[in-house]
Design a protein around this ligand. Structure first.
Ligand code: NAD
Length: 350
């Protein structure tokens, strides 16, 4: 078996302890990986003058695959999100977030198995913002025929046909490859007729090319209600960036919380695997948070590498530890630490 080189970004906050445990678990599957460790996040700002050194991006471009711990984004001030910057810089346009109920996890629902496909590069996350009272802001206010108050800050929401078409195609291709029956496109096209309307038009044109897969549409507000009432009705859900971000946390809540929600970001030839959750800084260094979300992101990475058998064994080991409820972290009602839960999963793999 050949050794793959993969970029590892430990991140900050609880990121380093989560990645340390996750790589031990992945290595216990027997898959040979050489980790190229690269830095990013607030902790490296002073050292490099940027939270996202070029060297880190170059490593992902070279290796094509990365596993990433969470990275803190200070609210309101300081640098923009490193997580968003990585996705933008590498054009990782598709964010995949599977949500499924595990036996043993306390949740209101028992039979959820859905996948969020979130557009990752456009929408209000494009980073096109204008501060109040600048010349640019005043120009936009003038263009709006005074629909915008003069003391406003402004964020631009770009949605392109290209970006919409490729994310919806990704969702249908994913559905086809994973024997999924239905794709639901979610927008607020009744209000944002040009931006969300364009996303919806692109979704309809792609859906027509996949006659074997059911296609339906929902408005985002209705979708939130539907998901907390009857989530088992949904399968693959495709959304623009902002709605996708919010709905993936909602869906994580449906299946037991952020501790069990994995994720992956795909571009045309690169992929970065990371949990849905953030850096949970208040738990930094306490060996407390749940490693499951990052370990399951590692499982998605193994699938991406074609290591199907190892991925299946890893999934089964995680399920077994969760079902036993003995060596699980606080959020699952247990008292095991991050490392101890990882060790229990490794035991199941041996
Ligand atoms: P968070 O996801 O870090 O934590 C919110 C709460 O969820 C925590 O306080 C904790 O109670 C729980 N939680 C999160 N991860 C957990 C885990 N593995 N096990 C058990 N419980 C867990 O969200 P936040 O506090 O809003 O964000 C903290 C920082 O992380 C912010 O700076 C945010 O911008 C950043 N962030 C980064 C990413 C990323 O790296 N992709 C994603 C989301 C947020």
């Amino acid at each position: 078996m050949s050794t793959r080189t993969i970029t590892l970004i430990p991140g900050d906050g609880t990121g380093p302890e989560l990645t340390e445990t996750t790589i031990k678990v992945i290595e216990a599957t027997g898959v040979k990986i050489q980790w190229e460790i690269k830095e990013a996040g607030s902790d490296v700002m002073e050292k490099y003058g940027t939270p996202l050194p070029d060297d880190t991006l170059a490593s992902i471009r070279k290796n094509k695959v990365a596993l990433k711990g969470p990275i803190t984004t200070p609210i309101g001030t300081g640098f923009r999100s490193v997580n968003v910057a990585i996705r933008k810089e590498l054009d990782l346009y598709s964010c995949l977030r599977p949500c499924k109920t595990y036996q043993g996890v306390t949740s209101r629902f028992q039979d959820i198995d859905l996948v969020i496909v979130r557009e990752n590069t456009e929408d209000l996350y494009a980073g096109v913002e204008f501060a109040p009272k600048t010349a640019e802001t005043q120009q936009i206010i003038a263009l709006s025929a005074n629909k915008i108050r003069p003391d406003s800050a402004i964020s631009i929401k770009p949605i392109s046909w290209f970006g919409s078409e490729r994310i919806v195609r990704f969702a249908f291709d994913y559905a086809r490859a994973h024997n999924r029956r239905k794709v639901t496109a979610v927008t607020k096209a009744n209000i944002m007729k040009f931006t969300d309307g364009l996303f919806l038009e692109a979704a309809r044109s792609v859906a027509a090319q996949y006659p074997g897969i059911e296609y339906e549409e929902r408005l985002i507000d209705n979708m939130c209600m539907q998901l907390v009432q009857k989530p088992e009705r949904y399968d693959v859900i495709v959304l623009p960036n902002l709605y996708g971000d919010i709905l993936s946390d909602l869906c994580a809540g449906l299946v037991g919380g952020l501790g069990v929600a994995p994720g992956a970001n795909f571009g045309s030839d690169m992929a970065v695997f990371e949990a849905v959750h953030g850096s949970a800084p208040k738990y930094k260094g306490l060996n407390k948070v749940n490693p499951t979300a990052l370990i399951l992101s590692g499982q998605l990475m193994l699938e991406h590498l074609g290591e199907m058998e190892a991925a299946l064994r890893l999934g089964a080991a995680v399920s077994a530890v969760i079902a036993e409820k003995k060596m699980v972290t606080y959020d699952m009602g247990g008292s095991a630490g991050t490392r101890e839960m990882g060790d229990a999963i490794i035991k199941k793999l041996q």
